[in-house]
Design a protein around this ligand. Structure first.
Ligand SMILES: O=c1ccn([C@@H]2O[C@H](COP(=O)(O)OP(=O)(O)O[C@H]3O[C@H](CO)[C@@H](O)[C@H](O)[C@H]3O)[C@@H](O)[C@H]2O)c(=O)[nH]1
Ligand SMILES: [Mn+2]
Length: 273
């Protein structure tokens, strides 16, 4: 059996996982969806998640690597080592891991045709893979080796991506394990090559909102259209709109804020749970 797997280590990423799971289902996946959940996640969030996926409780794995996380500018990503628990899901022969901030734009069951370990290049350093989308075969021994490597050498970015790139270092020289970029496009990357996003828009399989600006932090006008954040370019607004349309489809319209003009996403969890 094969499964999609995601991770919710804090309530703040729960909306992401809910939209991801609904989206996979709306796009008619034939595979079960597993959500790894840590003890930090509230009971209410777990209840909501359990309605759309199989919740698997795991303990939090932290990198405790403040220096490298500082370099990455993301101190909150110390908990991403928890992702390693995906290798312990040995009841599945193959898994496709998707970060909670990914949004499939079409059915992506074809990812299961790829060999383990497969991943797509990272936009910031294409000789490294981005660890938000990968194909893997669960294995207790790989899990143990990853944990061992983490304790011996740590991660060069303080998160799972640095560790996994060190462990699967042959990835960069094995083309058969290199997923096309359309499986993990990153429209929020600092250098995101906007013209290519426009040119290949219809080929994108998965959009991945890397960085701190997650779709659930955006606001919306009362007509349901997203309020462009910062210098967001039109293609990005369209993708965030797609995320919000999925949310609205399954959880209804978000209540009007006191200002009457904008729907506030910040109170989104409170509105649903
Ligand atoms: O407070 C948190 C932080 C992260 N997560 C989970 O961990 C994932 C990774 O965090 P995210 O904010 O998505 O990281 P990115 O901005 O995507 O940054 C990059 O760097 C991370 C650390 O190496 C990798 O985990 C990512 O896959 C990679 O894209 C999320 O999607 C969630 O599934 C939580 O549940 N709560
Ligand atoms: Mn991510």
């Amino acid at each position: 059996m094969e499964a999609f797997v995601t991770l919710v280590a804090t309530d703040s990423y729960c909306p992401g996982a809910l939209v991801l799971a609904h989206r996979l289902r709306d796009l008619n996946t034939t595979r079960p969806i597993v959500c790894l959940v840590t003890p930090e996640v509230s009971k209410n969030a777990c209840l909501q998640l359990a309605k759309v996926c199989n919740v698997v409780h795991v303990n939090t794995l932290r990198s405790n690597d403040d220096a490298n996380l500082q370099l990455l500018g993301r101190p909150e990503l110390d908990i991403t080592f928890t992702k390693l628990h995906a290798w312990r899901l040995t009841q599945y022969t193959k898994i496709v891991f998707l970060d909670a901030d990914t949004l499939p734009l079409r059915n992506v069951d074809d990812l299961f045709d790829w060999p383990a370990f497969s991943a797509a290049p990272d936009a910031g350093w294409p000789d490294c893979f981005n660890s938000g989308v990968f194909v893997a075969e669960p294995s207790e021994s790989v899990y143990s080796e990853l944990v061992e490597l983490a304790s011996q050498r740590g991660s060069f970015d303080g998160g799972d991506q640095g560790l996994l790139n060190t462990y699967f270092s042959e990835w960069s020289t094995s083309p058969e394990h290199r997923l096309p970029f359309i499986y993990n496009t990153t429209p929020t990357a600092q250098y995101s090559y906007a013209p290519a996003h426009v040119q290949y828009r219809n080929s994108i399989a998965i959009s991945h909102f890397i960085g701190q600006d997650k779709p659930w932090k955006w606001q919306m006008f009362s007509d349901g259209k997203v309020f462009p954040r910062g210098n967001a370019w039109p293609g990005l607004c369209e993708l965030v709109q797609c995320w919000w349309d999925t949310w609205k489809k399954h959880y209804g319209e978000v209540r009007k804020s006191r200002k009457q003009f904008l729907y506030r996403s910040v109170s989104l969890l409170a509105l649903v749970f």
